[in-house]
Design a protein around this ligand. Structure first.
Ligand code: FES
Ligand SMILES: [Fe+2]
Length: 350
């Protein structure tokens, strides 16, 4: 199955990048990323075209990366800029791909397609997770052994939450006036999966975040926005029943999924919060909680499903569809149409 190439993907966090190269695989291609001496972020192909050494094991010199095996150097355009051997002539084929990279909202955004089409205006708005906005932000990066669309499905259909994540919803009986409202919206190529639970028992998570004494029953919103190919932003919070959203804690959370290969995904997540902003102790609890919930509940389930599916072509298995599947199915259709269009246009080379 083809990837959407002309799109912005999360390659990591801006504070990860230094003059120590980082090697990661995106869309099946090895990439090396580093910061030049002037601070500029660079992303180029991570495999030396001589004997295929990983450039991430090399060193940054004069804004270029020096191959750790025989010393060819490559600049930010991917061109070989220095050959220490023979007369120093640069072999014609000595180059690696170069990938546009933009730093925004504390995210390193990489463009894996045709570089002339890379428009920073198309970067999805995830300003909530930018630390300069004054909210407390925690971040993580989890490797997942599954196709990225299975993770999108999981995030776009939050009807799994009460079954898989009692920590997030609580496990007590539902009050008689409990009400669940689900809405699917689409705006261009952006899809929204909007969940609102009215009169829901207070979740252990939000109890911890609440300023002062939390009510035993409250309303909860979980509004997920999906931007192609796999960047999701969840507006989530609890607030007193029928009260204003601002009367309870909010924890907007970005889920930025970047395919590593057909069967593995980089799952970058970041969560901001507007309460208890100075608590490092809460940072640690939330960070461990998110990793634990995802790795031991979501990922475990997603990987187990992927193994039983035996294919990444979901529709070939003719899945039974439930009402909660609407948003996930819509994102799959939007993405598939975008990939078809891109393939037909032929503008996919890095
Ligand atoms: S493998 Fe890179 S210079 Fe030889
Ligand atoms: Fe989940």
């Amino acid at each position: 199955m083809a990837f959407l190439r002309n799109a912005w993907y999360c390659a990591g966090w801006t504070d990860e990048l230094s003059d120590k190269p980082i090697g990661r695989t995106f869309l099946g291609e090895p990439v090396v990323m580093y910061r030049k001496e002037d601070g500029a972020a660079v992303a180029i192909g991570g495999r030396c075209p001589h004997r295929f050494a990983p450039l991430a094991m090399g060193k940054v010199k004069d804004g270029c990366i020096e191959c750790p095996y025989h010393g060819l150097r490559f600049d930010q355009t991917g061109a070989c800029s220095h050959n220490p051997h023979g007369d120093g002539a640069i072999p014609k084929a000595a180059r690696v791909p170069a990938y546009p990279m933009v730093e925004r909202y504390d995210v390193l955004w990489i463009w894996m397609g045709e570089s002339s089409l890379a428009n920073p205006d198309a970067i999805p708005d995830v300003h909530e997770i930018a630390s300069q906005d004054g909210w407390r932000v925690i971040r993580g990066h989890l490797p997942v052994r599954a196709h990225y669309e299975l993770i999108t499905d999981n995030l776009m259909d939050l009807s799994h939450v009460p079954y898989l994540h009692p920590f997030l919803t609580g496990s007590g009986p539902l009050p008689p006036d409990f009400q669940e409202i689900r809405e699917l919206k689409q705006d261009g190529n952006t899809v929204y999966s909007m969940h609102t639970n009215k009169n829901m028992p207070m979740s252990p998570l939000f109890q911890m975040l609440w300023n002062g004494e939390a009510p035993s029953v409250a309303d909860m919103r979980a509004h997920m926005r999906w931007d192609a190919p796999s960047n999701l932003m969840l507006d989530v919070g609890m607030y007193p029943s029928n009260g204003p959203v601002s009367a309870g804690p909010s924890i907007p959370t970005a889920h930025l999924l970047t395919p590593e290969t057909e069967n593995s995904t980089h799952y970058f997540w970041a969560q901001a919060r507007d309460t208890k902003r100075d608590s490092a102790e809460l940072d640690a609890i939330l960070k461990a909680g998110i990793s634990d919930v995802f790795q031991n509940e979501d990922e475990k389930m997603i990987v187990a499903c992927a193994e039983l599916m035996g294919t990444n072509d979901l529709f070939s298995l003719k899945p039974v569809l439930l009402p909660g599947d609407g948003p996930a199915i819509r994102t799959r259709r939007v993405l598939s149409a975008m990939i078809d269009k891109e393939q037909a246009a032929g503008s996919v080379a890095a």
